[in-house]
Design a protein around this ligand. Sequence first.
Ligand SMILES: [Zn+2]
Ligand SMILES: [Zn+2]
Length: 338
Amino acid sequence: MRMTVLASGSKGNSTVIASAETSLLVDAGLSCRELLKRMKTANQDPAALSAILITHEHQDHIAGLATLARRLRIPVYITEPTHRAWVRMVTPRTTMTYAKWLDHIHAEKEARAAAESESDSDRVPHVREATVGILSSTTQEQEPEAVSLAAATDPDEDETPRETKPAPSYLPAVQYFHSGSNFSIGDISITPFTIPHDAADPCGFVFASRSEAVRMAIATDLGYMPPNVKSALQRVDVLLLESNHDLEMLKDGPYPWAVKQRVLSRVGHLSNHATAEFLAHDYDGGATYIVLGHLSEQNNAPELALFAAEQAIASRMSLLGNRILLAKQSAPLPSISV
Ligand SMILES: [Zn+2]
Ligand SMILES: [Zn+2]
């Protein structure tokens, strides 16, 4: 089995998990173009991907999702609350101003009045035209996706028939999963687990290849290490784990107070210290590779994250076989095969 981290950090996350038969993309937090470019750099074939799995709806995990899923025509595995949150995010709100809305209501009223007087009037053609116009726009409103598109553009300037434009939230196929319930794609069995983070229904994943008896896990974007996460991360061979910030750098750093509070909170991100605590006290030491990820560019330094994790496992003799790697924001890591 192999893990290829294409990007990791607050500006975009994406990782390829592949067995001999199946290849999956976890998160699509860069543009479609950049994701394809990085897959090429990392020798990963986009055409081999069977599905995209999403951990949560934050931009740095989902930004390129729609374009990539449509381009590759592959299904998206996501929880229902995450999917709903994302659809809300990408669906443009109406751009109609109050004044425009009043005009619209007024025009509708006039059209109705005109339609009512149609029977006893000879001025029919003009009135009928207006009525038909209003009716057709009402028909379109029954298609919520079409309405959101109509709202995004000025209908008068929009020459393209609306049916040919997909809604921003259109995905070729969506498959819902629930945290805590296993599912399989090809020969990879997937166990999603809930993580504490400020998103609709965030999760991490454990991947197990049936044919190779190998397990890999991804756990980033979590405010702390609850018992369910600690137990999910046992018996894995490759572990991509968040080591987001150095506490001192965050406290002294440039973030506004409210943002610092958010990062530090129980639904924020794991500090180097919290990750080291887990590695020193709760981790079973089984992984051949530990990949530290989602490092903050503002509030962390790769050497600090690495040092904290190395110190943590150095105190445990059984863990000396571990190798610690640092995932990057700017470039893919070479594939890790076990
Ligand atoms: Zn993130
Ligand atoms: Zn997040």
